[in-house]
Design a protein around this ligand. Sequence first.
Ligand code: OFO
Length: 181
Amino acid sequence: MISEKLEKALNDQINAEIYSAYLYLSMSAFTERAALKGTANWLYVQSREEMAHAIHMYQYVLDRGANPSFADIHAPLALFKGVEDVFEKVLEHEQKVTAGLNSIATLAMQESDHACYQFIMWYVNEQVEEESNDGDILSKLKMIDGDKGLLLNLDSVLGTRIYVNPFPTDSKLNGTAPALG
Ligand code: OFO
């Protein structure tokens, strides 16, 4: 069993992960409509990763004998000043996500829930890579400073990103889960 406090914190985090997926899908649509299909691809792959995070956490809540709860997902931003604004908002958003994950890790530590602590630390460490990638793209966009040729080069690079299931052994995420009922 898991404490009610941790159950609530994990459910709030599931909601935040689904919101992340929703936000990145909205950003993907914006960049695709701006003819930056590589950037749209990168954001779409990120959106899929966020949904995988949500499902992985959802399964963890169930595995700990707790209840996944479902709340409204806020409508994401849909209009941006440009691609630099998109990545400024991605980085800002990920910093908030990191803060939420750190709070869960602190709570798990206070409650001596070692399993939950270990579970959430995967995400805390993952955020280092996420914030670093987002910051890197943002720095490049600042260097590009509106040069269309350089922007298209970066767009091509972002177009090479492919989706890799972050949890290949999770049956709900690798297509091997038995049908319900
Ligand atoms: Fe789920 O890592 Fe970003 O939000």
